[in-house]
Design a protein around this ligand. Structure first.
Ligand code: FAD
Length: 311
């Protein structure tokens, strides 16, 4: 058993583990894939103080920083179940897919999230070649170009407003016959001159020239007609799914979207269990935010451990 077990090896997990190791606590970090979503990212231009880096480079830097400390790294292990301690200060247990278990008096959960995909032809083929999921990250790459945003909920409409300020033209594509975003956002979007809104439009394909995206095909669900929009980028905004399915029966409070509920100190409803980054209720899912939240969770774990002796 260790004092702190961090589950998840993205920016939040790396940050949490470094903070608790620096406090002198025995720390392990277990992850399905070290680096997390950062491994799937091409250019990163908003990691403050580093004007430009690339995902795999940042992931390698995270691993190097972890290796500076006495942190036990357990890579390629997927957590399947959490058994909470029977009393405050006792050992929580995490059961992994391979049947192994790890015990720790404090857990920091940082299992991140994944963007929900459309599942249409061209989407995976052109990922990072015109298909994007994060307007804060990739919006500026489409300056002066034409893009579509798929999804008419709050995140889709917010993304369309954001992008319309940067790019030449935005087509918002919604499957249902109305947008679901808040009225104030819809009003703002409708007031923008370089935006078209399509409703009852089922995206059927993202097309490209083999190198990058050149269009989007959709079916008008009222007329059954197939239409094409020429463009250079497609932002898919149909939901961010937290990787918390494994926590469903753990006793942890999750929102209806599956996010782990945390307070301003990254504490969950179970004493000794903290959470950070994209798997939590923290707003705005970004690398710098995940790192800040991870350090917060690490400091809260420290605070918990010095106040609660093992029973
Ligand atoms: P993640 O990075 O998702 O890491 C989660 C970790 O948990 C991983 O190690 C994963 O393997 C592990 N894990 C998951 N489930 C389990 C399990 N059951 N058991 C064990 N381990 C598990 N943000 C920016 O700030 N700038 C950008 O330019 C940017 N570009 C992006 C581009 C793309 C394509 C994507 C997908 C995201 C981008 N983001 C960007 C968002 C950013 O990557 C995330 O906000 C950030 O990585 C969140 O960090 P995290 O540590 O909370 O989670």
């Amino acid at each position: 058993p260790v004092e702190v077990l961090v589950v998840g090896g993205g920016p939040a997990g790396a940050s949490a583990a470094i903070y608790t190791a620096r406090k002198g606590f025995s720390t392990s970090i277990a992850a399905e894939r070290m680096g997390g979503q950062v491994m799937d990212t091409m250019g990163i231009e908003n990691f403050i103080s580093v004007p430009y880096t690339e995902g795999p480079k940042l992931a390698a830097a995270l691993e190097r920083h972890i290796a500076e400390y006495d942190i036990d790294v357990i890579n390629l292990q997927r957590a399947e179940r959490l058994i909470k301690a029977s009393e405050t200060g006792g050992y929580h247990e995490v059961v992994f897919e391979n049947g192994g278990t790890l015990k720790a008096r404090s857990l920091i959960l940082t299992t991140g999230a994944r963007w929900r995909q459309l599942g249409v032809p061209g989407e995976s083929e052109y990922a990072a070649k015109g298909v994007a999921y994060c307007p804060h990250c990739d919006g500026p790459l489409y300056k002066g170009k034409r893009v579509a945003v798929i999804g008419g909920g709050n995140s889709g409409v917010e993304a369309a407003i954001d992008l319309a300020n940067i790019v030449k033209h935005v087509t918002l594509v919604e499957f249902a016959d109305t947008l679901r975003a808040d009225e104030v956002l819809q009003k703002k979007l409708r007031s923008m001159k370089n935006v078209d809104i399509l409703t009852s439009a089922a995206t059927t394909e993202i097309t490209g020239d083999g190198e990058k995206v050149n269009g989007l095909r959709y079916k008008n669900r009222e007329t059954d007609e197939e239409q094409t929009v020429e463009l250079e980028g497609v932002f898919v905004q149909i939901g961010l799914v937290p990787n918390t399915e494994w926590l469903r029966d753990s006793g942890l409070n999750l929102t209806k979207f599956g996010e782990i509920e945390i307070d301003h100190k990254a504490a969950t409803n179970i004493p000794g269990i903290f959470a950070a980054g994209d798997c939590t209720t923290v707003p705005y899912k970004q690398i710098v935010i995940a790192m800040g939240e991870g350090s917060k969770a690490g400091l809260s774990a420290f605070d918990f451990l010095i106040r609660n002796e093992a029973p």
